[in-house]
Design a protein around this ligand. Structure first.
Ligand code: MG
Length: 218
């Protein structure tokens, strides 16, 4: 089980489940030709898919199209169930940088057949996570530049201001379905610019004021 550090504190938290929101940036919905969802689209990555900074993403041999998705990660600090949006930030311990690595060919095949996405989203190494910054140190999580470079080339460049569902509403929606526990993580969706990586590439994901992840691809 992977543990993350809350920067500037003695605290480490064991990462539990990683609940992910799909289709939360309209420009990314358009680039994949998806419909804007009426209800939040949620899926889970298992804690076994989490890796830390500088650990490699290993593309499974059954995929030829592994995509990067840079996302703001929300670390849950205490037990939460059926939380109201107005109280939701009380349950957030910190913010970090995540990559929602996605086997796009596998996902498209599963989508076509109406099957679950876990194989495309939850494989080993599919969830690189940075250390987390305490929530109190991030004045406004909805106005941060979020970027991803592959081999120094800028691929994704957005702002968390573009998120359609905001963090309080996301925590409310997620906690209405899944009880959240200390150490669980929520990924809040990706801006436009997703694309493939291959063995030998080097990804650098950054969120202003939150952190940076440097991840090689194998
Ligand atoms: Mg995603």
């Amino acid at each position: 089980m992977y543990a993350v550090r809350l920067k500037g504190t003695a605290k480490t938290l064991r990462v539990g489940k990683v609940v992910c929101l799909a289709r939360n940036y309209s420009d990314h919905i358009r680039e994949l030709g998806n419909e804007t969802p009426e209800k939040p689209v949620l899926f889970i990555k298992p804690s076994s898919s989490v890796i830390g900074n500088r650990e490699p993403v290993v593309i499974p041999d059954f995929s030829k199209d592994c995509h990067h998705e840079v996302e703001l990660a929300v670390l849950i600090g205490k037990w939460a169930k059926n939380v109201n949006a107005k109280d939701a930030l009380d349950y957030v311990a910190g913010y970090g940088v995540a990559l929602d690595m996605t086997l796009r060919d596998v996902q498209n095949d599963l989508k076509k057949k109406g099957l679950p996405w876990e194989i495309a989203k939850g494989f080993d190494t599919a969830c690189p996570l940075s250390d987390f910054v305490p929530a109190g140190e991030v004045a406004n999580p909805h106005n941060l530049r979020i970027t991803l470079k592959v081999n120094d080339q800028l691929r994704q460049d957005g702002s968390t201001a573009q998120m359609m569902l905001r963090i309080p509403e996301i925590v409310q929606a997620v906690s209405a379905v899944f009880t959240l526990e200390e150490g669980d993580v929520i990924l809040t969706g990706t801006p436009a610019g997703v694309g493939p990586v291959k063995g030998g590439d080097r990804m650098v994901a950054e969120i202003e004021g939150v952190g940076r992840l440097e991840i090689p691809v194998q």
